[in-house]
Ligand binder design. Structure first.
Ligand code: URA
Length: 237
C-alpha cells in the first residue's frame, strides 16, 4: 500500500466494479434492506449510487444512506437531515442548482461535484461494521477513479476519511482524520476533512454552519473557485 507521500494513487489504483444495484456482498445489510423494503414498500431500498458527474473536481464522501432519506429516495443525503446543511452549502458555493434536496426528480443538479458514500447500503442504527466498510470499498474506488488531477475530496467524518484513503490504495492510518484538515495527495489532489454533517453533530453544534463553510472556503481556494467563494458571501436565498 502507498503511504501519504508515495504514488501510486489516482487513477492507477485499480478501480473496483462500478455501482451494482443488485449487490448482496454483506449479508447483514442485504437482509436489513429486504426487511426495510417489506416495511416501506414505497422506499427505493437499494444500494445508493453516487450522484453527480464521474469526473467532477470535487467528490464528497459520506458515511451511508439514512433510512428515511437516501435509502428512501435513492440519492445520497436526499431527504436526510444531514442533507439539509450539505445541500444548502453546496448551493451557496455554486455546486448545486437548488438549496434543498427532497427526491430524485426534484430538479436538483450538481455542478462540478459528486456525492457518494463509504457504504452504499442502509446500515442498522446508521452503523456499518468494519467488514461492511471494507466489502464496499471497491465501489468507492470506482467512484473516485475519474477525479481529475488537482481535484478535491471532502470526507465527512473519520469513517469516510479512512475509507477514502483505503479506496485510493493508501493505508487508512497513513493520514489522521481531523476536522478542518487538508491533506495533500499525489497528482495535486487534496483530501479535506470535516465532521459529519449529521443531525447529532449539527444539533450539538459540534459542526456549525460557519465551520462547514470554512471547509468549503478551503476547498474553493484549492480548486481556484474564488468566484464561488464570493457567491457564498451573498445573502441567502
Ligand atoms: N445520508 C447519506 O447519504 N449519507 C450520509 O452519510 C448520511 C445521510
Amino acid at each position: 500500500m502507498a503511504t501519504a507521500n508515495e504514488a501510486p494513487i489516482l487513477p492507477e489504483v485499480a478501480s473496483g466494479p462500478a455501482y451494482d444495484s443488485g449487490c448482496r456482498r454483506c449479508a447483514r445489510l442485504a437482509l436489513f434492506l429486504d426487511d426495510t423494503r417489506a416495511a416501506h414498500p414505497d422506499y427505493v431500498c437499494l444500494p445508493v449510487p453516487p450522484f453527480g458527474a464521474a469526473d467532477a473536481p470535487l467528490v464528497i464522501v459520506g458515511l451511508a444512506p439514512g433510512m428515511h432519506g437516501a435509502n428512501a429516495t435513492g440519492r445520497p443525503f436526499t431527504g436526510d437531515h444531514a442533507g439539509i446543511i450539505l445541500y444548502r452549502t453546496l448551493y451557496d458555493y455554486g455546486y448545486a442548482t437548488q438549496p434543498v434536496a427532497t427526491a430524485r426528480g426534484d430538479g436538483l443538479a450538481l455542478i462540478g461535484c459528486r456525492i457518494t458514500n463509504a457504504v452504499k447500503c442502509l446500515p442498522p442504527q446508521n452503523k456499518p461494521v468494519p467488514a461492511e466498510i471494507r466489502a464496499c470499498n471497491s465501489y468507492l474506488s470506482a467512484d473516485l477513479c475519474a477525479l481529475p488531477d488537482g481535484g478535491a475530496i471532502l470526507a465527512l467524518g473519520r469513517i469516510a476519511h479512512d475509507a477514502t484513503l483505503r479506496a485510493l490504495g493508501m493505508a487508512a492510518s497513513s493520514l489522521a482524520f481531523a476536522h478542518g484538515a487538508r491533506h495533500a495527495l499525489p497528482r495535486g489532489v487534496a483530501l479535506f476533512d470535516s465532521y459529519h454533517c449529521s443531525r447529532y453533530n449539527t444539533n450539538t453544534r459540534r459542526l456549525t454552519p460557519e465551520m462547514f463553510r470554512s471547509v468549503f472556503d478551503n476547498i474553493a481556494t484549492h480548486l481556484g473557485r474564488e468566484g464561488a467563494r464570493a457567491a457564498s458571501a451573498l445573502p441567502r436565498k
